[in-house]
Design a protein around this ligand. Sequence first.
Ligand code: SF4
Length: 434
Amino acid sequence: MDSLNPWGSSQVKDYERMRREFGIDPMPRVLEGNLMSERSLIMGQRDFNRVEIAMENGEKFAAMTGLMPSGQMHLGSKAVIDQMIYFQSRGAQIHIAVADLESLATREISLEKGREIALENFLLNYIAMGLKPCNFYFQSSNTYVQKLAFVVSREVTLSEMKGIYGFVDSKRMLELNSPLVQVADILSPQIYDEPMPTIVPVGADQDPHIRLTRDISGRMNMIKVTRKDGKFQFSIGGQGDVKEYVKIIKKIVKTHGLRILKENLAYRTIDTTEEGVNLDAIELHLARDERVLNNYSTIPPSSIILRLETGLHGGKMSKSVPESTVSLNDNPVDVSKKIKKALTGGRESVEEQKKLGGNPYICPVFELYLYHLSRTDKHIREVEETCKSGARLCGNCKSEAAELMSTYLVELKEKRESSRHLIPEYLGNENGMH
Ligand code: SF4
């Protein structure tokens, strides 16, 4: 991939290639009631089945995201919060980390200022959008996550960090440290509480964090299980006594009605039948039972990976390019002006557009409708079809988008003002986890 990472401004050119290159699976099915899923704006997933099973069975699961308090919340971040709200409605415990240490270190934003930005520009918008009370915490005051970041750092080497993030030797240690704090954020719900499915909705540029976290999660478990040639193989890591780990494996074998085929304790492995038993269920069970011997056992977090919204002037929508970005706290008049200056998929002239039609699939204005403005399929289909047929002209189309966006921003502002008194309900336990 072309240097796609959380800090750059590159847009993904080929999602299919990205899926192949990084082993991302397609969504197994459309999530009903989830607009981004219904419109194919979720480009892929990792281990989503764990979350789906938890949602279907009403079992405990978590959803995790973070924010960097360094500016305004824009539409790209809104897409992630839309997903968090969806998973909260499906029963997820919600955890949101404020990366205020990172904004202090990288942008010289004081912790006080970072706190103000996080509450005013982000949390108030989340509440106005419909997020219910959750665990909203600041990395600077969460000593639990800080310690965990130190622990997880033992599981990764410098060369792996370079491989995942494309770091060069001149990078500051801070830039290596920040992803490790994020790994700690993502694993913390499981380590603080107990192993459970955890969904992390991310933009495609954040996928490196998920890959790193999943690798580290696997390494922190002593017992691993794989399915191969019609059997399960349990293997015990480390060099020490295996006795207690063998007890855990045997208990799981019994609970799931499996039979032991071969016990090779010199090689620290036990092979069993698999008899159609779900591997995910075994992994979850193992990670939970291992907890009596290992404080850091987890299952790998799952993710859904969102297509990145294009900025109004191309590239990815990012707060570092304000003229190309719509922020939720922007003045509606300014936003209308920005939208009217946006790139489009239109033709050179009105005549040509009427004759040949426009191309909505390369148009950032169409993306505004697709991600945020069209609340019904009927409306989005109408925009798409009238664009392609030439019945819709870009000027009118932008005016409609600007009006819809202004209405949305005005309503959101009103809700922000009436939500301010609710903030304390989200800051229940700032020094740790709920
Ligand atoms: S008509 Fe609308 S959707 Fe089509 S290219 Fe122009 S701005 Fe984009």
